[in-house]
Design a protein around this ligand. Structure first.
Ligand code: SF4
Length: 214
């Protein structure tokens, strides 16, 4: 297992990032997931059902994104490899995001030994209310597109596009088979993590919560 140190843009010290499982393994899991997803979407298309998502709409990038520890690791590794200019603007957005979410992250830390699922639900609702943009959202595009988490890869709507901007996540109509493909891919990542002793919980993509033991 390798680790990288990255200076925290809010000035509160260095973030130590463990990369696990190996980057190449994660990329392979993402490739498998994308292939499965394509098959599922083709089946829907054959029935005349297509996502209503539109280019330039980033409504879903204003929700709290949950990821596995491995996904957070691969995203972090990708960031460290970006050219300096891209890194600087991303660091500025990240600093803003850390400021905007300070109270929510504090609440998450305080409940470290509690019911993470319930707290996350509460915080996700608060996050959505504020429409906080994902710090990886750069002029309407995802700066970590190649390694974006499964949650982002599988987020499609078949409702009116405006509904995504207005309604809480649960109201937006989704494709059931896409959700099933998501959970199957997530299980594959959890299995990979378990092989090397990484806990199976989900984490915020950008959270200070420390992974616990399996
Ligand atoms: S990681 Fe990319 S796709 Fe996912 S919410 Fe952030 S900007 Fe959007």
């Amino acid at each position: 297992m390798s680790a990288m140190a990255h200076e925290n843009p809010d000035g509160s010290g260095a973030i130590e990032i463990e990369l696990h499982p190996p980057y190449a393994t994660m990329l392979e899991l993402y490739r498998d997931s994308d292939r499965n997803l394509e098959i599922v979407l083709d089946r829907y298309a054959a029935e005349g059902i297509k996502p209503t998502c539109q280019r330039g709409c980033a409504a879903c990038c204003h929700q709290l994104v949950m990821a596995t520890a491995a996904e957070a690791g691969i995203a972090a590794g990708h960031l460290l490899e970006l050219p300096d200019g891209d890194r600087q603007s991303l660091d500025a957005r990240l600093a803003l995001w850390l400021e905007d979410t300070a109270d929510l992250r504090r609440r998450l830390q305080e409940s470290a030994d509690g019911d993470l699922e319930a707290v996350t639900e509460e915080l996700a609702a608060a996050y959505w209310q504020r429409r906080i943009a994902c710090p990886f959202l750069a002029e309407g595009n995802c700066a970590i597109y190649a390694v974006r988490p499964l949650a982002c890869r599988h987020h499609f709507s078949v409702s009116e596009p405006d509904l995504c901007r207005l309604a809480p996540d649960g109201v937006v109509e989704r494709m059931v088979a896409v959700e099933e493909a998501f959970f199957a891919s997530q299980d594959a990542i959890f299995e990979e993590q378990a092989e090397i002793g990484i806990f199976p919980e989900l984490v915020w993509l950008l959270s200070a919560r420390e992974p616990g033991p399996v």
